[in-house]
Every structure is written in C-alpha cells, then in structure tokens.
Design a protein. Structure first.
Length: 330
C-alpha cells in the first residue's frame, strides 16, 4: 500500500512541474492594444526609411559603435617573460656607455629606463644643443615599447658632428597606453676630438668662455675659469697624441650689425671683432704653452666675423659663430 501511495505522489509531482514549465512566467504580460499599435507604427516607419534609402542607393543604417575611450581598455595580463620589460626603475636615468664621449673613437650606447608598468604607446629620446634655446640636435622616436638600448655615432640627420668639450642635455619621454607621460633628463659630456674634412684636421670648441669684450680671463667667475682650464687640459692631451702637427689657433666671433649695412660691418670687423678674437686666440695659446705644448708648434690668429657658420637670420645658432678652431697640419 505504501508503494502505491509513493508512486501516486511522485506522478503528481512530475505533472505539477511540467505544468509549471509550460506556463509563462508571471512577470511577462501581453502588450496592451495601444502598445501593439505603437510597435506596429515603429516597424512600419523603419521599413519606409529602409525603402527610401534603397531607392537612393544608400547603405542601410549601421548600429551605433561602442567607442572605447582611452584609459578604459581592459588591462591585459603581463606574461612572465615580459615582467622585466614592465618593471619600473625606482630611480630612472638615461645610462651612457661613456662618461666622456669621443665620437671619432667609439659609438655611444644609451640605456633607456623603464618608466611605466603598463605597455608604452610612444616614446622619444632627444639630444639637445648645449646652448640656449637648447634646440633638438638629434632625436629618436617610436611607437610601442622602446628598445632597451640606442646606439649613436655622434652625428645628426644633417651629418653634423657634436661639438668638442660641450655638455648636451638629454631628454627621454614615454607615454603609456593610458595617456600617462613620464620624462627623464640627463647630460652627455663630449670630449675634445679631431674632425677630418677632406685633407683638413680640425678641433672646434664653442665652450671656452670669455667675459664680454674681454680678450683674457678677466671678469670670469671661478667655476667658469676652472672649466676653461679643464677644456684646455683635454685639448693638451689630444695635441700630445698628435705631437707631429703644427696647430693654427683661430678665434671667431659673431657680427651684431646686419649684413645689408656694409659700412657698419666693416667698421665692426676692423675695430672690434678681429682684434678681440685675436686676443682670445692668443690667450688660449699662452695657456697651452703653460700646460706643456711647445710654442714652436703654435700660432694664433683672429678671424672676427669673417667665417660664420650660422646665418644672420638664424639667431638661435649664433653661439656657433663664437668659437675657437684648432687647425692641425703636418
């Protein structure tokens, strides 16, 4: 008897469940007549619009795109082999393979720091000019993760060499995929080196500083004077290596009168620039002798503004005209 009652109970439970599944859920209600009419009108309007577009040979309306805004992308997991790439340097700096770069003897390797723990979208490395307004002398740029190292020969895209005994600012910048930008600055010190152009060997130094309208070291602060002596000591080392050469020391200056005023330029050259540049070249020659170079190897000359390397309208590069050149001849 108990078995019969159990079987009947199980059967009733199954029937109840089937009936429950067959019935629509109580939260779904049929549309009212007014709602049905509105839905029919909307469908008819869409059919009419599509027919009109077809008549004009226009493509059907696309569904709206869901734009992904910067910074809202789902972060991607970093693979184990990529962990080193995204491990941010605690004290980031631009590494240099040489603390005193001589481009005629070696190439330079920059080691770039890791600035972001997320993938990089774009990056740049700048070598800026050593004098204000610090224009870009050379630059590397890229999309995506930057290389760990950049190798350079010391020339820019115009085939110009770095200047001897000059300090060049460095700027490395990286922007990640979320738009965050970080920047690291550094310094590149260039040694005294010889440039060979055709059959001429020369050293070009724009960084020996004189006080305004002074042909000697008068008026310089101790730090500037000490830096001048350090540059000349590096020059002495180079000249001692090339001890069979005679050295012509040329002082160069920059005009302050415009090129269309010929009379003013001639007066400035004769009365100011030529004698001042000659005095400065002579001062440097005396210092070379004081540091051990034989005076029989040396001669000093004032060129004034006769041989500018930057044009009159190129104000940002006038500093290149104020320089000392050392011409080596056997």
């Amino acid at each position: 008897m108990k078995k019969v009652i159990g079987s009947i109970t199980t059967a009733l439970l199954v029937i109840f469940l089937i009936a429950a599944c067959a019935c629509p859920p109580d939260f779904v209600r049929p549309l009212s007549p007014s709602e049905q009419a509105a839905a029919q009108r909307a469908a008819q309007a869409e059919r009419n619009a599509n027919a009109a577009r077809a008549a004009l040979s226009l493509p059907p309306i696309s569904p709206p795109l869901q734009a992904e805004l910067p910074g809202e992308a789902e972060p991607q997991p970093i693979l184990a082999e990529d962990m080193e790439v995204y491990r941010v340097d605690a004290n980031p700096e631009i590494g240099l393979s040489s603390l005193l770069f001589n481009p005629y003897e070696e190439s330079l390797t920059f080691t770039l720091p890791v600035l972001h723990s997320t993938p990089v979208a774009r990056w740049s490395l700048e070598v800026q000019e050593p004098m204000a307004p610090f224009l870009v002398f050379h630059e590397w740029t890229g999309q995506g993760q930057p290389p760990s190292e950049v190798i350079w020969d010391g020339k820019n895209f115009n085939d110009e060499w770095l200047h001897s005994a000059s300090e060049y600012p460095l700027v490395f910048s990286a922007t990640d995929i979320n738009g965050n930008t970080r920047t690291v600055q550094g310094r590149l010190m260039v040694d005294v080196f010889i440039i060979q152009e055709d059959d001429v060997k020369r050293i070009v130094i724009p960084s020996i500083v004189f006080a305004p309208n002074q042909g000697g070291w008068d008026g310089l602060d101790p730090a500037t004077y000490a830096n001048n002596l350090w540059i000349i000591s590096r020059l002495v080392e180079t000249l001692n290596v090339h001890n069979t050469y005679q050295v012509r020391i040329e002082g160069h200056a920059n005009y302050t009168s415009p090129p269309f005023n010929t009379a003013a330029r001639q007066r400035e050259q004769t009365m100011e620039l030529q004698p001042l540049s000659e005095q400065r070249a002579f001062t440097i020659m005396q210092e070379l002798v004081a540091q051990g170079i034989s005076p029989s190897r040396l001669g000093s000359y004032g060129m004034g503004g006769a041989r500018p390397v930057a044009a009159w309208d190129d104000h940002d590069n006038w500093w290149k005209n104020r320089r000392v050149e050392f011409i080596l001849a056997e």
